[in-house]
Design a protein around this ligand. Structure first.
Ligand SMILES: Cc1ncc(COP(=O)(O)O)c(C=O)c1O
Length: 464
């Protein structure tokens, strides 16, 4: 209904512009977006949408946060672009100071870039320069970006690189310890599964490579495109041990999980495993293009002068926004809101999932990075996305499985969360009428009996 109205108000405009963009772009919606304010997006006809996608986990402080608008306006009147080759601009100096307050002391060498993919490629260059090795181990279902090297490291969907092969060689793909992905019984013990997957990983390091040829092990602590799968702490600690054993650089891609998305500045803060290389992007500047890599000085020191740079690397407007993002996150106690809204989402979803004939088989995630897995025919999750936008709710699905992902603003209010949940449930109920769904009725269990990451929030992985 909503979509018809949008097309009525702007039929020419929408098709006119989409027809002039590359048809290879994947689209979940057909919206002509005009502005955003807080947790809401507005289309060109003035229609309002509650945004539970945040531009794929980018606008973590909502749209046009007044403090960010102000610093960006001030910076725009001062300096837009200051080339790295000339030195450092004051917006970057400010950001370096703020980054030091949220990064562990060891990760004291930074390199900024504009996109997540660029940052992943920077990490690859650093790992190869530092180790003198070539190969990379990645997780099955991982997503690391759309440039050629990043596509070589991405295994979430074949289509991303379908027509651009051959890809970069030397990539070893390891299975994540997750029942759905391993096609084993849902009740398999997490520790057992983690140990088995670590053993397979070691086999692969010897069979598909040689340990002395592996530069880095690249992993998202919560697989994003892989289905919003929080990797268990026991497994992540095991990865650290494997890397230490073979001199491999453990690299966390926190492009999506970073900047408070999972309830702490970085997901790794919660499970006490220190990466050698950390990749960040998305939420750092709340929508201005900024990304980067943090590593230890002795690793970075192996990069010859001239290795890194970039026309827009560490753009001044983006750096100004990023430094303020960090201050706002601390001062507005975003950490507390993420914890409270996590409980609100999880409890409501759990209750809904227990209704008779519910299509939901699992709810999982950390902080405000929540995945809902359906046991339903293919296309169910995207049908829910379409039903939701008609009700004024922007959602995304993810992975090759039938999974919805909820990525709300981290400062979403209790009332907005209620509104989102109501619209979500209405959409799932409406779509369930048209799809074959398998009823559930199993038990609800967390992924670990204790706090999964050894942090202060248990990993919420609920089987229903
Ligand atoms: C985990 C992860 N890594 C890398 C990327 C690539 O980032 P970008 O799209 O900014 O290049 C993404 C983007 O979704 C991501 O989720």
């Amino acid at each position: 209904m909503f979509r018809t109205q949008i097309l009525k108000t702007a039929p020419k405009e929408l098709s006119h512009y989409t027809s002039r963009l590359n048809p290879g772009i994947g689209r979940a919606h057909k919206l002509l977006l005009d502005r955003g304010q807080g947790s809401y997006l507005y289309d060109a006809s003035g229609k309002k949408y509650l945004d539970l996608a945040c531009g794929i986990g980018v606008t973590n402080l909502g749209h046009c946060h007044p403090r960010l608008v102000k610093v960006v306006q001030n910076q725009a009147a001062k300096l837009w672009h200051g080339q790295l080759c000339h030195g450092v601009h004051t917006a970057m100096a400010d950001l370096i100071e703020e980054m030091q307050t949220i990064l562990p002391e060891q990760l004291n060498s930074l390199m900024f870039s504009s996109t997540g993919a660029e940052a992943v490629e920077t990490a690859l260059k650093i790992a190869r320069s530092s180790t003198g090795r070539q190969n990379v181990v990645v997780m099955q279902g991982g997503f690391h970006g759309r440039t050629n090297a990043c596509l070589s490291l991405t295994t979430s969907k074949y289509v991303y690189a379908q027509t651009t092969r051959p890809l970069m060689p030397g990539v070893v793909v390891a299975p994540p310890p997750y029942a759905t992905q391993l096609h084993i019984d849902n009740d398999t013990d997490v520790e057992v599964m983690s140990k088995r997957c670590l053993a397979v990983l070691e086999d692969l390091i010897h069979q598909a490579s040689h340990p002395s040829e592996v530069a880095m092990l690249l992993v998202e602590p919560v697989l994003g495109e892989g289905g919003y799968l929080p990797l268990p702490a026991v497994y992540l600690r095991g990865l650290r041990q494997v890397c230490d054993k073979y001199g491999i650089l453990l690299t966390f891609d926190e492009v999506q999980t970073g900047f408070m998305r999972t309830g702490s500045f970085f997901a790794f803060n919660q499970f006490q495993v220190m990466p050698d290389i950390l990749i960040f992007a998305k939420g750092i500047a709340n929508g201005l293009p900024l990304a980067g890599v943090a590593t230890r000085q002795e690793i970075a020191n192996k990069c010859p002068v001239g290795t890194h740079g970039g026309t827009y690397a560490g753009n001044a407007l983006a750096c100004a926004s990023a430094a303020e993002v960090i201050r706002v996150m601390k001062e507005e106690k975003i950490f507390d809101n993420v914890a409270e809204r996590n409980v609100q989402f999880m409890d409501a979803l759990k209750n809904f999932a227990r209704e008779p004939n519910s299509p939901i088989t699992e709810i999982r995630g950390r902080g405000l990075m929540i995945g809902i897995q359906f046991d339903a025919a293919a296309g169910f999750a995207s049908a829910v996305v379409n039903a939701a936008v008609e009700r004024g709710l922007v959602l995304l699905n993810t992975s090759k499985y039938e999974v919805l992902r909820l990525i709300p603003p981290l400062n979403i209010t209790k009332e907005e969360t209620d509104e989102a949940l109501q619209k979500l449930f209405d959409s799932i109920r409406a779509v369930s009428k048209d799809f074959k769904v398998t009823s559930n009725g199993g038990s609800v269990k967390p992924c670990c009996p204790t706090a999964c990451y050894g942090g202060n929030q248990p990993c919420r992985w609920l089987r229903v």
